[in-house]
Each structure stands twice: as C-alpha cells, then as structure tokens.
Design a protein around this ligand. Structure first.
Ligand SMILES: Nc1ncnc2c1ncn2[C@@H]1O[C@H](COP(=O)(O)OP(=O)(O)OP(=O)(O)O)[C@@H](O)[C@H]1O
Ligand code: SF4
Ligand SMILES: [Mg+2]
Length: 390
C-alpha cells in the first residue's frame, strides 16, 4: 500500500474484498432466516406491560455497505404506550427513519437487516396465554408472509413527501378505494367509494367528492398529505408512524396537519410515532419524547420532562438551537459544534464526547448506561450517574 494512502478513510483492495465477503455471508444468513418456515410460537411472545402498544427492546438494524457495517440502529429500547403520541427527535442520520422502517419490516434489504433485539406488537389477534399475560407478535421474528396481516392494517405509515406515495396516473378516489378493498374485500365498489369519501371528510377535506375525482397533481401539498392520512386511516390502524409528515409543508399548513393528527389520535384512540428533527413540532403534538443520537437513545421522557428539564448535553444543545420569535437578541442562532462520529467506526466511549462541553473524567470510560431519573425520564450520560449506580 502506498504510504500516502495509509489513512483511516482508505480501504485497500484486500480490505474491500474482506468486507464484501463478510457482507455476502451476513446478507445471505438474514435473508434465509426471513424466508424460513416457522411455527407461530416462534414469533409470538408476551407484552411486558399490556398498556403498551409497542415495546422496542435492544433493536439493532445494520446496513452492510461497501465501506463496512453501518450500525444505523444500535441497541434502541423504548415503548409506545396505547393512545399516546411518541415523538422521536434527533439530527439527520441518527436512525429515526430506520427505527420506524424496522417496525414495519421495510428496511431496504438485502443491505439493511435487523440483526438483533425485539419489537413486541400488542395485537388483538392472539388474546392471553395460560398465565393471563397479553400475547404479542415479535415483529423482528415474523416471517414476511405473516407481516402482511399487520403492515398497512394495524400499523400504517405517512411519509414526508406525499407525491412519492401517490401514483400520479390514477385519481385519488381510485387509490383510496384500492386501499379500502385490501382491508375490506367484501365491500362493493359503491361501498368502497362511500368509505373513501367518509375518510376524506374525516381528514377535514371540505369537498370530498371533488377531491375523490382529482388527480394528485391537482391538489396542494397540504391536501395531498391529508389524502395520505385518509389512506392511512382507512383500515382503522392501532399505530400511525408519521415520518417528518410536515417538513415539506409551509408553517400554517404544518400546524393544520399537526392539529389533524392530534384530533385523529383523540377520536380513534390510536397511537402515533411522530418522527421529526423539529422540536417545535414535538412540543405541539407529542406526549412522550425519545431523543436519538448516532443510532442510540440518549434521553427519553414526557414532553414536559424533556422541555422543562432537559438533562443530556445534546438535548440541551437541541433546545438552545431552536429559533425563538419573542426575543430581541441579535446573537446568531446556537449550533452544536462538531460532527457525529463516523458511523462505521463508532468510538467505545460516549458517542457525543467529541462535541460535549460538559465532559468529566468518567467520560473517557466505556459508553454510559441509561440512568433512571423518574418513572418516565431516562438519560444516558455520566453526569447523572450516582456512585451507587455504577
Ligand atoms: N439504504 C441504506 N443504505 C446504507 N445506509 C443507510 C441506508 N438507509 C439509511 N442508512 C444509514 O443509516 C443511518 C440512519 O439513517 P436514517 O434514515 O434512519 O436517518 P434519519 O434519522 O431518519 O435522518 P433524516 O432526519 O435525515 O431523515 C444513516 O447513517 C444512513 O446513512
Ligand atoms: S457522558 Fe460525558 S461526554 Fe457523554 S454527554 Fe455526558 S458528559 Fe458529555
Ligand atoms: Mg428520516
């Protein structure tokens, strides 16, 4: 190897071949596992708390790339309680979308694979076991075929840009009816239309018959997002995952869509996982907040706890970098200095260490453990470790 190229970012041919060989082996293994014929008992488990709709425990989702393994989700654990709005926040690339795609089993395969952990989904299909415990599906272990019964029906997803989810050559009505037929195959054409129009009314569209006959390009961005929400609601889901649902919209429409999501959550009792990088959206809409950094959760709590008493230096930094309209200061907006470490070569210490201004001696040790601050508030930072927690 040329001495000049001997740096961390350079991969020799030998190293590239080694990575390729490893990737093929891993991808084959996980793909085969997904197609394996298994008994229902293999993917049925019990909920730790029957009041939770989803319990994510030590989830690990990796991408086997040419440069090495990217641990996009690196041991993530949190719950989505029934009927709550859980906001997931963190800067670009921290693993928010990959976490949600893992819940849907929609991670881009074969490079992307869930390699560990569990996602327990509290389904009504299974009832209780002999000990009276609530039975659940472990989505991580569910074969693809079984997943079709959950995805789109019990769990639905709304994306940032509705135009990418709507087909431009079919009318809104045609596409809505198609979804209705998937959930209710017994319905006639007329009944499906009635159902679709009812859904359009529910999402606040004032001329539902007209929108039903329109093509997606004839609608505004806000209207298209409402159509997507109507589509997501059509099967009466228990969980709606909204990945940056308002990022492509202007602020007034953004507020309307957030109000709509909140209204729907109250009316239907479903839970919402709301992914955003905007703390303002979280403050307005969420009940609970999960803060992610570099594939891990660094703080979680109720919206009050995270806003009134942010503990992790990264959460504090996020709060400080939020623009405020009622201040006269001419100071430039705060931005957290430094960069996220290389996702292929994460350090053994706290991942935030290179950007943290609060470092103490202990921060040179291994990655900190999650510390319980209250029944609902948890933080992963050495600053809050008591001697007896060690
Ligand atoms: N298909 C893919 N192939 C390789 N790496 C991927 C792929 N999808 C995501 N990743 C990597 O996984 C990490 C997490 O990505 P993810 O999309 O979850 O971020 P995010 O938090 O949703 O960011 P954003 O706010 O920009 O949407 C990133 O480092 C990204 O590069
Ligand atoms: S553990 Fe240390 S380096 Fe990491 S956020 Fe806390 S104080 Fe900063
Ligand atoms: Mg994303």
């Amino acid at each position: 190897m040329n001495k000049k190229n001997k740096n961390k970012n350079y991969l020799s041919l030998k190293e590239s071949r080694k990575i390729l060989k490893y990737n093929i082996k891993q991808m084959r293994y996980y793909e085969r596992l997904k197609k394996k014929k298994v008994d229902q008992s293999y993917f049925v488990t019990t909920m730790k708390d029957p009041n939770n709709l989803v319990e994510i425990e030590q989830l690990e989702t990796h991408f086997f790339t040419d440069s090495g393994t990217v641990k996009s989700v690196n041991g993530v654990s949190f719950d989505i309680p029934k009927g709550r709005v859980v906001g997931v926040v963190g800067e670009s690339g921290c693993g928010k979308s990959v976490t949600s795609l893992s819940i849907m089993q929609l991670v881009q395969a074969p490079q992307g694979q869930i390699v560990g952990g569990s996602i327990r989904f509290n389904t009504d299909d299974l009832g209780l076991n002999e000990n009276g415990e609530k039975l659940a599906y472990d989505i991580v272990k569910m074969p693809m075929k079984e997943m079709y019964n959950v995805r789109g029906k019990d769990i639905t997803m709304i994306f940032q840009e509705p135009m990418t989810s709507l087909n431009p050559v079919f009318t809104v009505g045609y596409q809505l009816d198609e979804v209705v037929f998937i959930h209710y195959p017994e319905k006639t054409k007329e009944e499906a239309k009635e159902h679709s129009i009812e859904m359009l009314k529910q999402v606040g569209i004032s001329m539902p018959e007209r929108v039903y006959k329109s093509y997606p390009h004839e609608l505004s961005g806000g209207m298209r997002q409402r159509v997507m929400i109507a589509m997501a609601l059509s099967g009466n889901p228990k969980l709606i995952i909204a990945d940056e649902p308002t990022t492509a919209l202007d602020v007034t429409i953004q507020a309307q869509i957030l109000d709509l999501l909140r209204k729907i959550q109250k009316q239907t009792g479903c839970a919402i996982m709301l992914i955003t990088h905007d703390l303002g959206v979280i403050a307005e809409t969420a009940d609970d907040v999960v803060v992610m950094y570099a594939g891990r959760i660094i703080e979680r709590g109720t919206v009050r706890e995270i806003f009134n008493n942010p503990l992790h230096p990264y959460t504090v930094g996020l709060q400080k970098s939020k623009p405020l309209i009622n201040t006269n200061t001419k100071e430039p907006l705060y931005s957290i200095p430094g960069q996220v470490p290389n996702p292929i070569n994460m350090p053994n210490t706290c991942f935030f260490k290179s950007r943290c201004s609060k470092c103490i001696e202990k921060c040179n040790h291994e990655y900190p453990h999650e510390i319980k601050v209250s029944d609902t508030h948890y933080v992963t930072c050495y600053l809050y470790e008591k001697e007896d927690n060690k």
